[in-house]
Design a protein around this ligand. Structure first.
Ligand SMILES: Nc1ncnc2c1ncn2[C@@H]1O[C@H](COP(=O)(O)OP(=O)(O)OP(=O)(O)O)[C@@H](O)[C@H]1O
Ligand SMILES: [Mg+2]
Length: 231
């Protein structure tokens, strides 16, 4: 297993509230890691710090020998553009652009993109490219958002409750697709969720409680996404 990202003793406080209380972890390449925990436990905060969207109060995030969390804004923006893809619960598509235009926004100049046709076929959105977000279902919008995040072939894909707005069938499909992207394109996926079923499909499950890692285990026999039983 090759190390791709690590965090050392991360803390985050907002005013008097301590959200992260000293989190250290190492992320390995080409694995699907679920970050599990109850609402308010600090999952999004941790993910946003690991992905460079938020600065920690103290501690470090390291990638490729570089202290990402200490980079100045312009260098941090370069790192995010080159290495990190983001998928959010509420998709964040641009409403005045078609699905295809939204996806192509994710292409980074000077960095070879994934094959567009292959990607949209894999995500089963090849028939929807001329539609605008308002003309798409939630599951379709989430798949467009995933395509936008991965088209630049990021080494790291950060998904924050990426199925949080979807029904069971679409959630399964999105989780299945993320696993497929992992095996097809070698992506490393970090996925926050409060859904233990989704976590059961992961290679590794990190549990967050009270701003600390309360559990960290490899999943010896991950459940197939299609076999998830919804509670
Ligand atoms: N920008 C912010 N300003 C102040 N407090 C914040 C901010 N972001 C998060 N918090 C607080 O940090 C705590 C953890 O929030 P976080 O969003 O990380 O939780 P979460 O585990 O992702 O929860 P959920 O499952 O509901 O998404 C919460 O108590 C929240 O109110
Ligand atoms: Mg959250």
């Amino acid at each position: 297993m090759k190390e791709i990202l690590s965090a050392e003793n991360l803390t985050k406080t907002y005013g008097k509230e301590t959200v992260l209380n000293g989190v250290s972890l190492t992320v390995y390449e080409n694995a699907f890691t679920a970050i599990l925990g109850p609402s308010g436990s600090g999952k999004s905060t941790l993910l946003n710090i690991l992905s460079g969207l938020t600065k920690p109060t103290s501690g470090q995030v390291i990638c490729g020998g570089e202290i990402v969390s200490a980079l100045p804004e312009n260098k941090l923006a370069d790192w995010k553009r080159a290495e990190a893809g983001h998928v959010f619960q509420n998709y964040l598509l641009l409403n005045n652009l078609t699905a295809e235009e939204n996806i192509r926004i994710g292409v980074v100049p000077g960095k070879a993109p994934l094959n567009f046709d292959r990607l949209v076929k894999l995500l089963e959105i090849d028939g929807l490219l001329k539609k605008f977000p308002s003309q798409l279902s939630g599951g379709q919008q989430q798949r467009v958002a995933i395509a936008r995040a991965v088209i630049k072939a990021p080494r790291l894909l950060f998904c924050d409750e990426a199925t949080g707005a979807l029904d069971e069938a679409n959630s399964k499909k999105v989780v299945e697709l993320l696993h497929m992207l992992k095996s097809t394109f070698g992506a490393t996926i970090l996925f926050t969720t409060h859904n233990a079923q989704i976590a059961s499909t992961a290679d590794r499950v990190i549990t967050i409680k009270n701003g600390l890692i309360a559990g960290d285990r490899q999943n010896a026999s991950p459940v197939k996404p299609a076999d998830m039983v919804w509670g």
